[in-house]
Design a protein around this ligand. Structure first.
Ligand SMILES: [Mg+2]
Ligand SMILES: [Zn+2]
Length: 208
């Protein structure tokens, strides 16, 4: 078999990034996709990036909802995106609790490693977009680039806690649409894949 061509991907957190963060999304009726998300994802599709969702869903492991709900939510997201001509290439979910010590709960990189092997993705140079510090940690641990979005838990985490983080995100963006602007302009600039164009100052005022 010839060498497979590895592609760089955009990994998206789900809750607070693609759809509203509602605490535990414990029923399909609580799924509300952000209005800007389908167009943002479609732009990534058009640019040729594999788009992969990686989501921690410990509510399943805690018994708050059946694990089958995760697939139901992802089917609904897939259908709603299709209407807008956007698609997600793959969904990965960690149903475990932090005390389970699994290898897939973000910021551990099990889901990214699985995606890399199942979809011929190179993690270095790939992007991770999310609204929690775990998403920044995930990117850091995988050697990928991070964009922290201020939707969901993002604004609060950034304002109240970012000064304590061991390392900053590579970029901060208002929402997924702005994150995609950052990705596409960075790619278009032809810069070194691992050189951020803007490293945000870690002060709360910059989040506004
Ligand atoms: Mg999130
Ligand atoms: Zn897990």
């Amino acid at each position: 078999m010839a060498d497979r061509q590895l592609r760089r991907a955009v990994f998206l957190d789900r809750d607070g990034t693609i759809c509203e963060e509602v605490g535990y999304l414990n029923h399909i009726s609580r799924l509300h996709i952000y209005p800007f998300a389908p167009a943002a994802i479609r732009r990534l599709n058009d640019a040729g990036f594999p788009v992969v969702v990686v989501t921690n869903q410990s509510g399943a492991g805690r018994g708050f909802f059946p694990e089958s709900l995760i697939a139901e939510v992802h089917d609904r997201i897939r259908r709603e995106l299709t209407v807008s001509g956007a698609h997600i290439d793959a969904f990965y979910a960690c149903p475990h609790r932090s005390e389970d010590g699994c290898d897939c709960r973000k910021p551990r990189i099990g889901m990214l490693e699985r995606a890399a092997s199942e979809h011929s993705i190179a993690l270095p140079g790939s992007w991770v977009v999310g609204d929690r510090q775990a998403d920044v940690g995930l990117a850091h641990n995988a050697g990928a680039r991070s964009i922290f979005v201020l939707t969901g838990y993002g604004r609060g985490e950034y304002e109240w806690h970012s000064r304590e983080w061991p390392y900053p995100p590579d970029f901060v963006a208002e929402d997924l649409g702005a994150a995609v602007d950052t990705i596409l302009s960075h790619e278009a600039g032809g810069r070194n894949a691992n050189e951020p164009v803007h490293r945000p100052a870690m002060t709360p005022g910059d989040a506004r």
